[in-house]
Design a protein around this ligand. Structure first.
Ligand SMILES: [Zn+2]
Length: 98
């Protein structure tokens, strides 16, 4: 005569806020890493090193370094650098991959 509480429990479970990084597929290693990418039109990010906008300029084809930052195997944030700034900052998340 055990009571069945499973339905009740399911109903009470609150909807979890989206806490997962959408770019995290689960296949990649959960450590901080950096990649080099061309700056894209409409870029709206600021450089972590100098604080200036990572701006798209058609003629310049600037490069940026995008870093996925993990702490204790948990994704924390994405940070952007101008490519030269990343070198100046001494590549805090390792050598960028192409
Ligand atoms: Zn910069």
């Amino acid at each position: 005569m055990a009571k069945t509480a499973s339905k009740d429990t399911a109903a009470k479970t609150p909807a979890r806020p989206r806490s997962k990084n959408p770019t995290d597929t689960g296949k990649v290693k959960k450590v901080s890493r950096a990649v080099t990418r061309l700056v894209e039109p409409g870029s709206q990010v600021d450089c972590e090193h100098c604080g200036e906008r990572v701006k798209f300029q058609a003629k310049m084809r600037h490069q940026q370094v995008i870093c996925n930052v993990y702490e204790k195997s948990k994704w924390v944030k994405v940070v952007h650098y101008h490519a030269p700034c990343y070198d100046e900052a001494k590549q805090p998340f390792g050598a960028p991959l192409d």
